[in-house]
Write a protein that binds this ligand. Structure first.
Ligand code: ZN
Length: 236
């Protein structure tokens, strides 16, 4: 039996997208969640409950989760993101808050570091290009680092001469990982790579394989819940 790890990030309180991903992934041995469970979407409590029930869960804190807890200032958020965080205060249950409070900013599992943004600045740094990835590799204690935050599925590789290469990950791609790599599964609830479907990855540690997947879900249902929830309509 090869271990299958479901890797998800940036769910953003989109329960339809999360359900579609969990269904599509099927049975997995572990689930690693890279943060931003809440923010923007209408279903924060449903998403937190569902994620917290996944077997062998490892989960870290994202910037929206940290803001919901009042751990970071809203001044760094754009207007709709800030309003979405404020919306959480009366809408997040005590159980959900307690779960978010329990999340670490960073985790190391074997030879993999989990960080929402980057290993250097787990809450905030966006790894969008090879120059920012280079800095991360320099500070990475493990061979691999799984990140979210950009909402774009991509991979950075560091070859032996410390050159860094980045590639956008298309759906159904199977990557054989060699050497040091930073991998992003994309976003479950709010993709930003012009593919509206939910994005996730399956990691197989024994074989060092990373696979990316996209899955359709009922977007209109989520849009209508956003529009009746009091969240900024831009989120829909
Ligand atoms: Zn996010």
């Amino acid at each position: 039996h090869n271990t299958r790890v479901l890797v998800i990030s940036d769910i953003h309180a989109n329960f339809d997208a999360l359900k579609a991903v969990l269904d599509d992934a099927g049975e997995v041995d572990e689930t690693w969640c890279l943060g931003d469970l809440v923010g923007y979407g209408p279903d924060p409590n449903e998403c937190i409950q569902s994620i917290s029930e996944q077997p062998n869960l490892k989960c870290i804190l994202g910037n929206h989760d940290a803001a919901a807890l009042g751990k970071i200032s809203l001044s760094s958020f754009n207007n709709d993101a800030g309003l979405s965080v404020k919306w959480l205060a009366p809408n997040l249950s005590k159980i959900s808050m307690d779960f978010l409070v329990s999340l670490p900013e960073k985790l190391v599992i074997g030879n993999v570091t989990l960080a929402h943004g980057s290993p250097i600045n787990p809450i905030w740094e966006y790894l969008l290009d090879t120059s920012s990835a280079k800095g991360s590799f320099k500070n990475l204690q493990t061979d691999l680092c799984f990140v979210g935050h950009t909402h774009v599925p991509l991979a950075f590789f560091q070859s032996s001469d410390s050159e860094v290469q980045g590639i956008l990950l298309k759906e159904d791609l199977t990557l054989q990982i060699t050497g040091k790599a930073i991998l992003n599964p994309g976003s479950v609830g709010q993709p930003r790579d012009n593919d509206i479907r939910a994005s996730y990855a399956i990691y197989q540690p024994e074989q060092n394989i990373w696979q990316t997947y996209r899955v359709q879900y009922d977007i209109e249902a989520v849009q209508s819940r956003i529009n009746t929830s009091g969240l900024p309509s831009f989120n829909a």
